[in-house]
Design a binder for this molecule. Structure first.
Ligand code: CA
Length: 692
């Protein structure tokens, strides 16, 4: 009965707030959020993604059906968290487009296209995705693939300001959602694989003026930046870097996802990414921890001043980013109430840190990983496996892969259960030095071999493809172990939502499922028609609870094995009866008529090397982008050059490659692809070659 009463109160509150919340979103309203609205990326500043709504619960979830839906004009990955305020649902799609819908009826109110140039997609390692908007005082903020931060009128979609947050001559991108803290819009960026220097910026929400910037790697020129980070680099961080490629590449350390604010401690926590290049021996001569790569850094929101950091992976050499979801909670640990920061970064350890000091409380393997035996709780450092650093020409095939034990997909925390729900992966990566590495601005620069087998050159990669499987883990951060784990039918799965209704919403493949938060029993499932990777959100209007979900696969594995389907937004409620039409059946690509190909005089082995270096990161077997050995584009040399060298398809994201190789190089690649087209097709399997 207590539960029912609580539900009635929550729904009643929902009505009140929806009716009187016209003053715009601010910190007070975010703090008071009762679940009727979803006002910021992680619902509240603590980013627990837990909703107090309970109309949809263990007893009623069986009646959940579609209330309304929408379809978008892009078939690339959909990663956005839909926000809801004042009866309006705001979401973004691939290519950084923004949509506003009536959250009750689904009527589209406005849309905004920042008109990102298609070739900017070339700079995005992991698809042209966008994870959503921020709301603040009648405005909405979105970051774009070409590095802009744009303020829109939340009512009309009209542009208030539009600022370039990055150097456009460098391969920066923005895929993450901004957060607004104390009137400042916080935004990071991505691009470490291609050679950039990471930072997070704060812009005045009113004027769009830069308030502060915090760099995560030292200035390669050795000079101060005139930025908030100058002091900590002078005092301690610069000394953790040695001579190496970072002076050309910028060192990486991009802040491409997690930015979390704690109003209690008045601290902002940023998650910092991998090194550029990944290979520590090349990046920094194999010396030094390279602060602040793969770290959580706490900053003052008003000034960007450094407060503390914790580095999950010192001397990062594997793409083990700490950009993953940073969540705050109050936990009773050993009889003491602790304010904690929690993260499950790519390296496979679940970290619990003291939010005030950054002191390590615990770090435990949430998936089986063997790159390190354990994290030494006294030093806070990993005890690495002897082979992990692939020294002296060695290779390491280790867990996790660059895709990580967990990637960007947000976790959720249920205070009812005391559990963090982690969309996790088991995978193994292959690491070996690139031979004759040379930094090439804007190209794929990991410092690891990407050698591709040609007719006369064997691949150094193991013949068995790395395993990749998905799991949903209910992690108890106090007991430091999983309470339950579900094996999933896909590896690259969705973000998570937890609710007071005792439910956990999560999608794997096409199946969007509600689980019992307590024991992981599946209570309801819906076939979304296409793969889902985005996290669901929930809200209430007029006494009815809704669950919203973006549909459409993409991101780091660029789509797995599924044919491309237009992105959709599905919104559910109890008793919903709408049936979105099924996607058209996939049309199988006809087999390539190789007899019709213009014979190539190119060198297929040289083409294999070029393909590995410049093309393989995006055009993978089983990828979202065309699988080139099956593409008619390789049949004709002139047409192939028009696309590869001259940008005939640049509006679609295929940038011209003339800056990297010439006609002869393009023909060598075509010779390699024609050779590959004749080989028996390998089984498509996303996993080891991917990253994020
Ligand atoms: Ca990365």
């Amino acid at each position: 009965m207590k539960g029912l009463w609580r539900r009635a109160v929550v729904v009643g509150l929902a009505l009140t707030v929806a009716a009187c919340g016209r003053g715009g979103v601010d910190a007070k309203r975010i703090a008071a959020a009762d679940g009727a609205e979803w006002l910021t990326y992680g619902r509240t500043y603590d980013e627990q993604r837990f909703s107090p709504l309970a109309q949809v619960n263990k007893d009623t979830v069986g009646k959940l059906g579609v209330a309304w839906w929408a379809e978008f004009d892009t078939d690339r990955g959909q990663e956005a968290t839909p926000l809801v305020a004042d009866g309006v649902l705001y979401t973004t799609t691939a290519w950084s487009k923004v949509y506003a819908f009536d959250a009750r009826t689904g009527k589209q109110l406005w849309k905004y296209d920042p008109k990102v140039p298609g070739e900017a997609g070339f700079n995005a390692c992991c698809d042209v995705v966008n994870r959503g908007v921020a709301l603040w005082k009648g405005r909405l903020y979105v970051g774009t693939i070409d590095g802009r931060l744009i303020a829109l009128d939340a009512r009309t979609g009209a542009v208030a300001w539009d600022v370039q947050t990055t150097d456009r001559t460098k391969p920066y991108t923005i895929t993450g959602a901004p957060r607004v803290v104390k009137g400042k819009v916080l935004i990071g960026n991505g691009g470490a694989e291609y050679g950039v220097r990471g930072y997070v910026s704060a812009y005045d929400a009113d004027s769009g003026k830069l308030a502060w910037r915090f760099y995560t790697t030292p200035n390669p020129k050795g000079a101060p930046d005139g930025a908030a980070s100058d002091r900590v680099f002078r005092d301690k961080a610069s000394a953790t870097w040695s001579d190496g490629v970072w002076k050309e590449s910028g060192g990486g350390g991009t802040v491409w996802d997690a930015i979390t604010y704690d109003p209690k401690l008045d601290l902002v926590f940023i998650g910092v990414g991998n090194g550029a290049p990944w290979n520590h021996k090349l990046r920094s001569g194999g010396k030094g921890d390279n602060l602040f790569l793969s770290s959580i850094v706490a900053l003052r929101p008003e000034t960007g001043e450094y407060v503390w950091h914790y580095q999950t992976t010192p001397g990062e050499s594997w793409d083990y980013t700490a950009t993953q979801h940073i969540m705050l909670a109050d936990l009773n640990i050993g009889g003491v109430e602790r304010r904690v920061v929690m993260q499950a970064p790519k390296n496979g350890f679940f970290y619990v840190l003291d939010a005030r000091t950054g002191a390590l409380i615990s770090a435990d393997k949430y998936v089986p990983v063997d790159w390190a035996e354990r994290i030494d709780l006294s030093t806070g450092r990993p005890v690495e496996a002897p082979s992990a650093r692939y020294r002296d020409g060695g290779i390491s095939q280790q867990a996790s892969s660059p895709l990580g034990g967990h990637n960007w997909q947000p976790m959720a925390f249920s205070p009812r259960e005391g559990l963090v729900y982690v969309p996790a992966m088991r995978n193994r990566g292959f690491y070996a030095d690139a031979l004759g590495f040379k930094f090439i601005p804007g190209a794929w620069n990991t410092g690891l071999t990407r050698a591709q087998a040609g007719p006369n050159t064997p691949s150094p990669k193991p013949a068995t493809p790395p395993l990749a499987t998905g799991e949903l883990i209910a992690w108890d951060p106090v007991a430091r172990k999983a309470r339950w784990t579900l094996a999933l039918p896909a590896a690259w799965t969705s973000g998570v939502l937890a609710t007071e209704g005792g439910l956990v919403f999560h999608a794997a493949g096409n199946a969007f499922t509600a689980y019992d938060a307590n024991d992981g029993k599946a209570l309801w499932s819906y076939d979304a028609g296409a793969n889902v990777i985005a996290p669901a959100t929930t809200y209430a209007i007029d006494g009815e609870q809704y669950v919203a979900l973006m549909v459409g696969v993409g991101g780091a594995p660029m789509g797995g094995d599924q044919p491309r389907r237009p992105g959709r937004l599905l919104v559910f409620k109890l008793g919903g009866t709408v049936k979105p039409p099924p996607y058209p059946a996939a049309v199988a690509m006809p087999p390539l008529d190789l007899a019709a190909a213009t014979p190539s005089k190119g060198d297929a082995d040289r083409g294999a090397a070029l393909f590995g270096q410049f093309c393989g990161a995006c055009h993978r077997i089983g990828g979202l982008l065309p699988v080139l050995p099956r593409s008619p584009a390789i049949l004709d040399g002139e047409g192939f050059k028009a696309i590869v060298l001259d940008g005939a398809l640049k509006a679609n994201g295929m940038a011209p490659f003339r800056r990297y190789f010439d006609e002869a190089g393009a023909e060598d690649i075509r010779a390699f692809l024609l050779w590959q087209a004749k080989q028996p097709a390998p089984a498509p399997k996303p996993g080891g070659a991917s990253h994020g």
